[in-house]
Design a protein around this ligand. Structure first.
Ligand code: BGC
Length: 893
């Protein structure tokens, strides 16, 4: 690779120049080997996961997937064989003999293996380990990991679905309790809880676990999730009490808004089913289950809405309600209820948590009874408020993303679709009434909001302090798997804002915004899916959300525009530009994880979906869709963008068919894709000028990015696009769909300097313009002073986050070797940026790509993890270089 290579670089305004790049693999760096690791084998399998989770309990998957990574810093590190063992006897698994299932030693570099032993038993802990053989054929063995099965089959539930007798419109949240005795030494105990609605589980006065808003939102009448907890340490010898607090969540939506969730077909008073399974040291098992014998009472949560807020009257607290010594003689009996759905399945995913505590940055006293807290950044979550005062003192905590000039909170950008009946359910406003017992703390149990500011109004004059209020950023607690940093501080802030908006919109399903809607808008989610996958380990959330898709799909293939839905969205907004989630998200998950399960699970649904579009659109073009939503100024015709997505869907189905071994389907969809492409180009491509449609940024970039441009016209269309962007003063003129394509189409077609010029703008319209105006999250509209579509925490314009990885870091998955088995590395050392680095923890380990410019030289350093390779393409170099695992540094002059 050493030597002089004539090369070509493009700049945005000049014609191509000839430069000279000297590639000097300066050194192949072994990662620092600590003294301790000297004794360790050079290759070690680590990071064992089952179903993409670390030591999960309560799984229902009949054939769980196992994954691991290698620690091996040697150049060209590889796995040449593996042997996986699974069994219930940890000693047998450790010995490597006598385990229940052994894959046998297989000469394979696979690091994702699906269980193929005999049927798993419910409520059972399985231990597993993997032995791998390295590039020299030397073996090493992982530590032991485990997974535990849950119900496996709905028939294994013993409890009954129960609730109180109250009506669906009754506001207060119910408590449930019962006591029981343990008689022998306890070996282990598990609680399995399914709910229509939301719940918190308590044992002997303590909340179980640190999850929030369990179970995740699903279409409750089709599929309801249950959660498993290890409660061994919370049980006492002798008397015990179990308590359950039920919230409404999306199951009993009492707030009224335009999407009619209050009319959802599943809506009912919350209900739950619980099995507490105690295994004693002598091997016997005892169950404490929901059923008659439980007692119920109303709790101090006098109102709770996932959509608006929670109201809490501490005067109604019943101290000790979830302890054994409490007298429940005034409590009522429970009633039996039908199960919300026939399918009750394990929630196998990263839970929602209070992930980050954010102390209030300031407090402003407006008058004797009104104070405004500022967290300093926009989040999704809740505020926790601690205060003391006489019983009956009331606090109203009104949450908002912005302030009026007079310093009061302004909700006018986020309450647009709320249709309150009366005044008892104010938007994003918690009510807290003191019980008068010293310092009292309130934090909503069953609600979250989008906000930066909290205006607290007290029922009588008092002084509040800054530290009385803390914000908690809540979201699906997905592990961080990506990092970006650069010499451009605005770029770094855009990246951070993108992550904040992505996470603010991840609550077991992706949402559009955490305040106005909390809806699982499909279009926003597929556009943001790469951004999410580069930075966060999102596979468990996406697999669950695709199951939500399957629940919502009509037999004829139609999907609603928001998922889950209570029925709204089958008639509006659900064309291929939005509901292509059914193809695009499985495909992206496959590219990032190399796991075909999500493709196989959704293949029929993808097919039904595209077949339905084909039925509607015999010409190959479709006008079904919303188009380039919230554009800067120019709007591409809907037929253009929807046909692009139709083509994209069909192309994905063709690839998936081939992968799943369905050649006849593959051939059919390849032919259909060609037909759509031809119809599209016949209608929109100007072969002479190399233009599309009327030559808008979205038109030109979408045709390029999604592969509709004939090969012999690509450079011409790219040149037309560059001219268009330059004529637009190096600024974007796109909406949602164009944000996906504009930067990529430029940087993938020789215009990376221009792409960076657009991406790094700090004047309107641009991402940087928001940051210059104080944004800490991404906005829904380009002008700061827009008057509609003005949420301040939307992820829909978030593709720029993925673009940093793809274009500047040059890290892309290779569709022919997905899961970054081979990394397509193509960094762009763009003009105007002197330092950039990106890393992504893929299935094989951390891939990193970092460059520094000094004078005319660029120092480029890249790490390829063990058992994977890269195809490196350096700017201007016509040839590519194959890299094996290792760390490389290049000096490019
Ligand atoms: C949402 C968007 C969504 C759109 C679809 C809006 O109300 O907030 O993000 O994609 O509707 O039209």
């Amino acid at each position: 690779m050493t030597g002089l290579t004539p090369s070509t670089r493009y700049s945005m305004t000049r014609r191509p120049l000839l430069n000279t790049i000297i590639l000097v693999p300066v050194v192949i760096l072994a990662l620092l080997a600590s003294a301790a690791s000297k004794a360790a084998p050079p290759c070690l399998p680590v990071g064992l996961q089952c179903e993409h989770l670390v030591n999960p309990i309560g799984l229902d998957a009949p054939a769980p997937r196992f994954t691991w990574r290698l620690v091996d810093v040697r150049k060209g590190a590889k796995q040449t064989a593996y042997h996986l063992l699974v069994g219930t006897d940890s000693l047998a698994v450790a010995r490597g003999t006598g385990a229940g299932w052994q894959s046998g030693k297989l000469a394979s570099d696979a690091q994702l293996v699906t269980y193929a032993g005999k049927s798993l038993q419910p409520f059972t802990r399985y231990f597993w380990r993997v032995e791998v053989w390295d590039k020299d054929g030397k073996p090493s063995t992982s530590a032991i990991a485990y997974f535990e099965t849950g119900m496996l089959n709905s028939r294994n539930w013993q409890g009954a679905w129960i609730s109180d007798r109250n009506d669906v419109d009754l506001k207060p949240a119910p408590y449930f309790r019962r006591t029981f005795k343990t008689t022998k030494a306890i070996k282990s105990a598990r609680a399995y809880v399914a709910a229509g609605g939301l719940y918190e589980l308590y044992l002997n006065g303590q909340k179980v676990g640190n999850h929030r808003l369990d179970p995740m939102y699903t279409r409750f009448d089709r599929r309801t999730l249950y959660v498993t907890y290890d409660v061994t340490s919370q049980l006492l010898a002798g008397s015990n009490a179990i308590g359950v607090l039920l919230g409404n969540g999306w199951y009993n939506h009492q707030s009224t808004a335009v999407w009619d969730f209050h009319k959802a077909p599943w809506r009912a008073r919350p209900t739950f089913c619980l099995d507490l399974r105690i295994t004693y040291a002598d091997g016997s098992v005892e169950l404490v289950s929901s059923g008659k014998g439980w007692k119920t009472s109303l709790s101090p949560i006098v109102f709770n809405s996932i959509y608006t807020a929670e109201h809490y009257d501490a005067r109604m607290e019943q101290p000790g309600w979830n302890t054994a010594s409490f007298s429940d003689s005034t409590w009522k009996d429970v009633i039996y209820r039908a199960s919300p759905s026939p399918t009750i399945v394990a929630q196998a995913m990263h839970p929602i948590r209070n992930v980050e505590a954010i102390p209030a940055r300031s407090i402003t006293k407006i008058n004797d009874t009104v104070f405004v807290y500022d967290l300093g950044r926009t989040i999704a979550g809740v505020s926790q408020f601690s205060v003391s005062g006489p019983a009956g003192t009331t606090f109203r905590l009104k949450h908002a993303e912005r302030l009026y000039p007079n310093g009061r909170v302004d909700q006018s950008n986020i309450d647009a679709h709320f249709r309150p009946v009366g005044t008892s359910d104010p938007f994003q406003t918690d009510l807290f009434i003191l019980g008068g017992k010293g310092v009292e703390t309130f934090m909503p149990h069953f609600n979250y909001k989008g906000f930066q500011y909290v205006e607290v109004t007290t029922s009588r004059p008092m002084e509040l302090t800054r530290d009385a209020l803390t914000g908690y950023f809540m979201h699906s607690d997905v592990p961080v798997v990506g990092q970006v940093t650069s010499a451009n501080l605005t770029l770094n802030k855009i990246w951070a804002a993108t992550n904040s908006s992505y996470l603010s919109n991840l609550f077991g399903y992706p949402t559009d915004c955490p305040q106005r809607e909390k809806n699982g808008w499909t279009g926003d989610a597929h556009i943001a899916s790469e951004t999410g996958l580069y930075s966060f380990d999102g596979i468990t959330v996406y697999e669950k959300w695709l199951a939500d898709h399957r629940d919502e799909q009509q037999p004829n293939g139609v999907l609603p525009s928001i998922i889950p839905t209570g029925g709204w969205g089958y008639e509006w907004g659900n064309g291929p530009d939005w509901t292509s989630t059914i193809t695009i998200i499985p495909w992206n998950v496959y590219l990032f994880y190399g796991d075909t399960k999500i493709l196989a699970d959704n293949y029929d649904n993808m097919k039904r979906y595209v077949d339905h579009i084909t039925e509607l659109s015999p010409s190959g073009l479709t006008t079904w869709g919303l188009g380039d939503w919230v554009p800067v100024k120019s709007k591409t015709p809907v037929e253009f963008t929807s046909s692009v997505y139709y083509f994209t869907d069909v192309s994905i189905v063709a690839k998936v068919a081939a992968l799943l071994g369905k050649p006849a389907d593959a051939a059919r969809y390849v032919a259909l894709a060609a037909k759509i492409r031809n119809a599209f180009n016949a209608r929109y491509l100007n072969r002479q000028s190399g233009g599309y449609g009327s030559g808008l940024q979205t038109e030109l970039s979408a045709a390029l990015h999604w592969g509709l441009v004939p090969d012999d016209r690509k450079s011409q269309v790219a040149a037309t696009l560059a001219r268009r962007v330059i004529a637009d003063n190096n600024h974007i003129d796109v909406g949602l769909l164009g944000t996906k394509t504009i930067l990529n189409a430029l940087s993938d077609n020789g215009q990376s300097d221009l792409a960076y010029a657009v991406a790094s703008q700090e004047t309107f319209p641009s991402w940087g313009w928001w940051i210059r105006n104080g944004a800490t999250t991404l906005y829904e509209n380009w002008p700061i002073d827009a008057t509609s579509d003005i949420s301040m925490n939307h992820i829909m314009f978030g593709e720029i986050g993925a673009w940093y990885y793809k274009a500047l870091g040059g890290l892309k998955p290779d569709p022919t070797q997905p899961g970054f088995k081979n990394v397509l590395l193509e960094p762009h050392f763009v003009t105007g940026l002197d330092h950039f680095e990106a890393s992504h923890d893929g299935p094989y380990g951390t891939i990193s790509s970092a460059w520094n410019r000094s004078g005319k030289a660029v120092h480029y350093r890249v790490t390829i993890p063990p058992n994977s390779t890269a195809t490196l393409k350096l700017p201007g170099e016509p040839a590519t270089h194959k890299l094996e695992a290792g760390t490389y540094q290049f000096d490019i002059r």
